[in-house]
Design a protein around this ligand. Structure first.
Ligand SMILES: *[C@@H]1O[C@H](CO)[C@@H](O)[C@H](O)[C@H]1NC(C)=O
Ligand SMILES: *[C@@H]1O[C@H](CO)[C@@H](O)[C@H](O)[C@H]1NC(C)=O
Ligand SMILES: *[C@@H]1O[C@H](CO)[C@@H](O)[C@H](O)[C@H]1NC(C)=O
Ligand SMILES: *[C@@H]1O[C@H](CO)[C@@H](O)[C@H](O)[C@H]1NC(C)=O
Ligand SMILES: *[C@@H]1O[C@H](CO)[C@@H](O)[C@H](O)[C@H]1NC(C)=O
Length: 329
């Protein structure tokens, strides 16, 4: 008897639900396969909660009605629970009088995806209230994408599987440009309900391409990049150029030192010559002698260098010669 009333009730809702479904889905709850989902629902009573005079249905719809959980005559009732939700749902019995109609769904499955759920609260002699209309979405993560290169055709192929729902795939080049695909990705639904994806792109003239797999429910993006290895001839060229440069540097160093040693043996380096040399206004003989003075001649003695003495002596001589010449005239 009671069972038949419930059946009639469910029938009514199964007819009404499809219409409601179109306008519902205001709320969204997303979960991951295998994990638990907390569907929050709160109701504010107009009058005190009377456990034995009300029924609460946690009701879903996906093509047909799905009863997730039932509370009736002051206790939980599992007879009408859909078998896919057996042992997976929990309500907060002690908090129902406070209007806490939240439901926990454990071990989410791909079949739970896109179930439109709501709580139907029926108080004796009152119209049913529809509460907390929500759509459940379930995601499963994709495996790390793989990229394979076809050298002959100059194409890259990206593939992944095991995820849910249908992913969005795109290819980008190093500068972030989205590559145009000549063929749409092949997205296939496997027997376990998950998707596998394969996409091929022409990589002519591209060094680095990235394949991006986006899961619209979990909002997770997986990326895999492929970089063209630098071609062996180019590597060889770089090595040869480096060797040549190193050899040139060595040869130039040897020549430099050879020149320095030769110069040093013949005469002092220009920067070792005393400053007085340029100031000396003496005769041509002094100028000639300065660049190749023997070591030791530069040492000063009593503040006056021997060379200054020599120059002074020569100046004296030339003056004498001049005066002799003048005397001749
Ligand atoms: C309902 O009860 C659960 C468990 O105690 C709690 O986590 C949740 O916040 C409550 N929700 C509301 C709306 O009160
Ligand atoms: C639920 O749990 C009960 C008791 O542990 C068990 O007998 C039953 O087979 C379970 N149902 C499902 C669908 O796992
Ligand atoms: C390729 O480019 C992507 C995006 O610019 C970058 O994250 C990745 O590290 C690059 N890969 C290589 C191997 O250079
Ligand atoms: C790849 O693209 C290049 C130029 O971007 C084109 O010449 C070549 O035919 C394309 N290869 C394939 C296999 O489509
Ligand atoms: C939940 O999943 C749906 C369906 O894929 C998506 O449209 C929505 O943006 C997701 N919401 C959140 C908050 O992740």
């Amino acid at each position: 008897m009671e069972k038949r009333i419930l059946s009639v009730f469910l029938f009514v809702f199964s007819v009404v639900f499809p219409l409601l479904h179109a306008s519902s889905g205001n709320l969204i709850v997303n979960g991951t396969r295998g994990s638990s989902l907390f569907w929050l629902c709160h109701h504010t009573f107009n009058e005190p909660f009377q456990p034995d005079k009300c029924s609460i249905f946690w009701q879903g719809y996906k093509g047909s009605d799905i009863v997730l959980h039932v509370y009736k005559n002051g206790q939980e009732e599992f007879h009408h629970q859909h078998e896919s939700f057996q042992n997976r749902t929990t309500i907060f019995l002690d908090q129902l009088p406070l209007g806490n109609f939240s439901l926990i769904i454990e071990k989410l499955m791909l079949q739970d995806d896109e179930i439109a759920v709501k709580v139907i609260f029926i108080s004796e002699g009152k119209p049913a209230k529809k509460l907390c209309q929500t759509t459940l979405y379930v995601a499963a993560p994709f495996q790390e994408p793989k990229i394979e290169i076809n050298q002959a055709e100059n194409t890259a192929t990206c593939s992944t599987k095991g995820g849910y729902p249908k992913p969005e795939l795109k290819w980008t080049s190093e500068d972030g440009r989205i590559l145009k695909l000549r063929k749409l990705p092949v997205i296939k639904k496997e027997n376990d309900g998950t998707y596998s994806v394969i996409s091929t792109v022409n990589i002519t003239g591209l060094n680095n391409v990235t394949c991006e797999i986006y899961n619209p429910t979990s909002k997770e993006t997986l990326r895999m990049s492929h970089k063209e290895p630098v071609t062996p001839p180019a590597t060889g060229t770089i090595i040869s150029i480096s060797i040549i440069i190193i050899i040139i540097i060595i040869i130039m160093t040897i020549i430099f030192f050879a020149v320095v040693i030769t110069l040093k043996a013949r005469c002092p380096l220009p920067w070792n010559v005393p400053a007085q040399r340029t100031q000396t206004t003496g005769g041509a003989s002094a100028e000639r002698e300065a660049p190749c003075a023997a070591p030791g001649q530069n040492e000063s003695y009593n503040g006056v260098s021997p060379r200054e003495n020599q120059a002074a002596y020569r100046r004296q001589n030339s003056v004498t010669n001049d005066s002799i010449a003048a005397n001749h005239d």
